[in-house]
Write a protein that binds this ligand. Structure first.
Ligand SMILES: [Mg+2]
Length: 386
């Protein structure tokens, strides 16, 4: 089945309540989605994680090489896209563009073969997934403490078994808010922290020592993403599990993390690190180094669905009779692009997600909302819907 067209969409929406983390603030959400249309009209959706306009450019660069290819040969297409961009982008935006196309190809392939992506990946080894809530961003609200407590209460009531907060505001502030949220979430809900590489090794270690007794689920991106030895030293000197990898691309980025023994938990973003095709290879690499995988996800239900199918196929490593379900990240911050544009039937019930049985990723896109939010819609995409 030949690929007839590839159309990237850049969507943007201002937020009602801006928020910030250790690096910058968000006043809007912006994402690049891509639609791949086959010669019989079947279509699939993908998305790229990162600066949306740049990913759109990357997709347009790759487009002429992918059109006319057989969608069932998606791994062959992946290798061609990789070789076409290798000399100019061994990591970064081109990989996100490849990821977006790759995820859309898996969605198309599933629809052509009438199978969910999880089956095409090799089968559902984990039928139940535990999403964790990503939230607790900081705002200028004068009632921030109460707001954070209310958010914690909401996640508890929703049945989440774990939630992740931002740190990186300075050690004293971090300790204050970690204690506040640990108390608000209670013993039943695991709390993870994420500094988005705000600290050097000594600062990260100091924070660990101040909160180690609180049974923290993991410390994500404690130090600079290139500080592989800082990561490894931290692992040696704290009992908090160390996570990272959302800034890594392809198997080669994760190979560096694993060879340096930098993390306990690797966090590839499927929509940036090379798509489902490369994420599956990274999972094999992680298993060979006895590391866990919990994918990073900061996008729409296209990215979330890709993560669900991906972790449903992960090996249990090591295997045992009673084992926790694999986790995915579920961003709970305000994002109308995630909640309005992409339609799906996936439910979070009692903190659990069942793997979708529909062909492909099991998602679709609402055309009305797409037209509303896509800033490049009139320019080049109208013919796609005709
Ligand atoms: Mg993170």
């Amino acid at each position: 089945m030949k690929i007839k067209n590839i159309v990237p969409y850049v969507l943007s929406q201002d937020l009602e309540q801006p928020f910030y983390f250790s690096q910058w603030d968000y006043k809007s959400r912006k994402i690049c989605l891509v639609k791949i249309i086959l010669e019989d009209g079947t279509y699939g959706w993908g998305e790229g994680y990162g600066p949306a306009d740049m990913i759109e450019t990357g997709i347009n660069f790759l487009k002429p090489f992918v059109i006319g290819q057989n969608v069932l040969e998606n791994e062959k297409i992946w290798q061609m896209m990789y070789l076409r961009t290798l000399d100019f982008g061994r990591s970064g935006i081109f990989n996100a563009a490849i990821s977006a196309i790759d995820v859309a190809l898996w969605d198309c392939k599933g629809k052509v073969l009438n199978q969910p992506v999880s089956v095409l990946l090799g089968g559902v080894k984990n039928e139940v997934i535990h999403p964790y809530a990503t939230g607790f961003y900081f705002t200028d609200s004068p009632t921030l403490d109460e707001d954070l407590r209310a958010e914690a209460k909401y996640y508890r009531e929703q049945g989440f078994k774990a939630a992740k907060m931002k740190v990186g505001l300075g050690i004293e502030k971090d300790v204050y808010y970690v204690n506040l949220l640990k108390e608000a979430l209670g013993e039943d809900v695991k709390l993870m922290i994420d500094s988005n590489h705000a600290y050097n090794y000594r600062e990260a270690l100091e924070l660990c020592k101040r909160i180690e007794h609180l049974n923290i689920g993991w410390f994500e991106e404690p130090v600079h993403p290139e500080d592989f030895k800082g990561y490894a030293k931290l692992r040696e000197n704290t009992n908090i599990p160390i996570a990272g990898g959302e800034c890594e691309y392809l198997k080669f980025g994760f190979q560096r993390l694993f060879e340096n023994d930098s993390v306990d938990i690797a966090q590839p973003d499927i929509c940036a690190t090379g798509g489902l095709t490369e994420a599956k290879r990274i999972a094999t690499l992680a298993a060979a180094h006895h590391k866990d995988i919990v994918p990073h996800s900061w996008g729409t239900w296209i990215a979330i669905s890709a993560a669900i199918h991906f972790v449903s196929n992960l090996d249990q490593n090591p295997g045992r009779m009673f084992r926790n379900a694999p986790m995915i990240e579920l961003d709970r911050t305000e994002n109308p692009l995630r909640d309005d544009v992409v339609t799906h039937q996936i439910k979070v019930e009692n903190g659990e997600i069942k793997v979708p049985q529909l062909p492909g990723l099991g998602i679709d896109v609402n055309q009305n909302y797409l037209e509303k939010y896509a800033i490049n819609y009139r320019k080049e995409t109208a013919e796609v819907w005709s």
